[in-house]
Design a protein around this ligand. Structure first.
Ligand code: FAD
Length: 525
């Protein structure tokens, strides 16, 4: 192993939402940072050439089996995902885990949908509310000032509603009127506690809201950031005398050469499950025994309910009826208690869709007529529900399987349980009822959730908490065991709610990085 000479103040692993935020804050605080990422720099102008379908070897359907568990992978975007053969994983359940990974500078936020919602104390203090699981060691009030600063960086658009379960943010105000479909859903829903608000979304710069354009340029401008692409980190290394982290071992992606980088502080932001994998491969930071445990995400049911707007059939939608999508905000288990599930769900609503031919139980000329008459008259939905963070839902190292660089891979022990199944059923029933009572028809209902992982919102497995016996990190994302080791991605979550997590990941990464910089200044690390 070759040892590099230079010792950096902080070594950051990962350049996505979390690692990018750490680089942004720490370099501006004067820390000399080394950022390692397993992927290359990507030139989108050069590498995103659109090809006609007939030029693709599999005519757009992709090579069967190439990315077997990634729903989002197609022949058009196959190269953006981590190749399953190169970095495999295994699972001990009948249903495979769907793990979508992206290795390149910018990580997954080069492609994210940019939906940006705050968590509330219904998540941070969930145990106080319903007695299940654990509270976070922080409250909403402690994270709110950081949300206030991350939203303007991302330029999150939204409409203020004053809802305790979905706190308002510092928005680029979305003052566009709702279409009549959303108005009708709101009118029927509000007496039932169901509010349909505007989708909250990062506008970024020209609808691109990545660390590549919003965070890393400012970090580089300080002169304090060194980025090393194609550096596949295997493990964190420790100083034998002090027991503190002193750097990481990594492999050059192309040559396979093994290298070491030195730093006074190590920050992991390699995405929830990859950071946990690095720690498991390091054999450290696990005196609690909970590293790898309490995985959770949001379950997704795209097309859980497909509605039809009767007066929009045959292209006859009156002006103002269609247009504007919305999200039904969580309304379950706030002031009342459901009998057969805890927590709640949200549901995206998109009027003006053309229902797929598969929803019409007919064929031939009749099918053609149905598809044609429903063009633009459908209402699409995506149901997004909280999954409970359970100890038994975990990842561990698979001793028999290694990736292309010889690094042991993860084995998944994750499944959905009754709470999620019951919640999914309630969501489909309740949204169907809302549609019917608002004067729409229900063409299709499907309570079957996508496989775990499908939302690409993997969370937990390195959770924070006040008690070192039941958590890996303290409330500053700092390892209880090794004080100069921080983990700043979604692995630190205790509960995730039904909200997309990236805004919260970035607010936490900002908060942890400022704390870290202050600790360095005080000489505490
Ligand atoms: C298509 C898509 C749509 C999404 N839509 C939304 C949305 O609308 N709203 C939302 O909130 N979230 C969304 N997400 C999820 C969001 O992208 C993630 O929550 C976010 O990117 C997590 O940030 P991160 O820094 O933890 O990880 P990432 O952004 O994945 O970055 C991790 C980085 O670490 C690097 N890395 C991994 N392993 C190693 C290693 N061993 N050594 C060195 N480097 C390593 C990777 O190359 C990568 O660059 C979406 C994701 C995808 C893919």
């Amino acid at each position: 192993m070759r040892k590099s000479e230079k010792e950096y103040d902080v070594l950051i692993v990962g350049s996505g939402a979390s690692g990018g935020m750490a680089a942004y804050i720490l370099t501006q605080k004067g820390a000399k940072c080394l950022l390692l990422d397993a992927g290359p720099h990507v030139d989108f102008n050069r590498q995103r050439t659109l090809k006609p379908v007939y030029e693709l070897p599999y005519r757009g359907f992709g090579k069967p089996g190439k990315l077997p568990h990634v729903y989002q992978a197609t022949e058009f975007n196959a190269n953006q995902w981590v190749d399953f053969d190169q970095v495999p994983y295994t699972f001990s359940t009948k249903i495979p885990y769907s793990w979508a990974r992206i290795r390149m500078i910018g990580g997954k936020v080069n492609f994210w949908g940019r939906m940006s919602y705050r968590l509330s104390d219904y998540e941070f203090k969930a145990k106080d509310h319903d007695g299940y699981g654990d509270n976070w060691p922080i409250s909403y009030a402690e994270l709110a000032p950081y949300y206030d600063r991350v939203e303007p960086i991302l330029r999150v658009s939204g409409r203020k509603e004053g809802l305790p379960q979905l706190p308002d943010g510092v928005f680029v105000e979305d003052a566009s009127p709702d279409g009549a479909v959303i108005d009708r859903l709101n009118k029927t829903g509000k007496p039932r506690g169901m509010v349909v608000t505007k989708i909250r979304r990062a506008l970024g710069d020209g609808q691109f809201a990545s660390s590549v354009n919003l965070l890393l340029p400012a970090a580089q401008a300080t002169g304090n950031l060194t980025i090393v692409p194609n550096a596949v980190v295997r493990n964190v290394t420790l100083d034998k005398q002090t027991g503190k982290a002193n750097g990481v071992s990594f492999l050059d992606r192309q040559s396979g050469r093994e290298l070491h980088a030195k730093a006074k502080v190590v920050v992991l932001g390699a995405s929830a499950l990859e950071s946990t994998r690095i720690l498991l491969n390091s054999g450290i930071a696990n005196s609690s025994g909970v590293l790898g445990h309490y995985w959770h995400d949001q379950f997704y049911i795209p097309g859980g309910v497909i509605g039809v707007i009767p007066e929009a059939r045959n292209g006859k939608a009156p002006r103002g009826l269609i247009g504007s999508s919305g999200v039904i905000v969580r309304f379950r288990n706030l002031k009342t208690r459901e009998k057969n599930f805890l927590r709640g769900y949200a549901c995206d609503v998109n009027p003006g869709q053309s229902p797929d031919a598969k929803y019409f139980p007919t064929w031939g000329a009749e099918l053609e007529a149905q598809v044609s008459s429903h063009r633009g008259a459908g209402i699409g939905t995506t149901i997004m529900g909280e999954t409970l963070a359970r100890y038994e839902h975990h990842v561990k190292l698979d001793p028999k399987v290694a990736d292309a660089w010889g690094i042991p891979v993860l084995n998944f022990n994750i499944r959905y349980t009754d709470n999620e199944y019951n919640m999914a059923k309630d969501a489909v029933d309740t949204v169907s009822e809302l549609f019917t009572d608002s004067g729409f028809e229900v063409l299709h209902r499907n309570p079957i959730m996508n496989n775990p992982g499908r939302s690409m919102h993997e969370l937990g497995t390195c959770r924070m908490g006040d008690n070192p016996k039941t958590s890996v990190l303290n409330k500053w994302n700092q390892s209880h065991d090794i004080k100069n080791l921080f983990v700043i991605d979604g692995s630190c979550f205790v509960t995730g709610g039904a909200q997309n997590p990236t805004l919260t990941i970035m607010a936490l990464a900002m908060r942890a990085s400022e704390y870290l910089a202050e600790q360095i200044r005080k000489g505490e690390l």
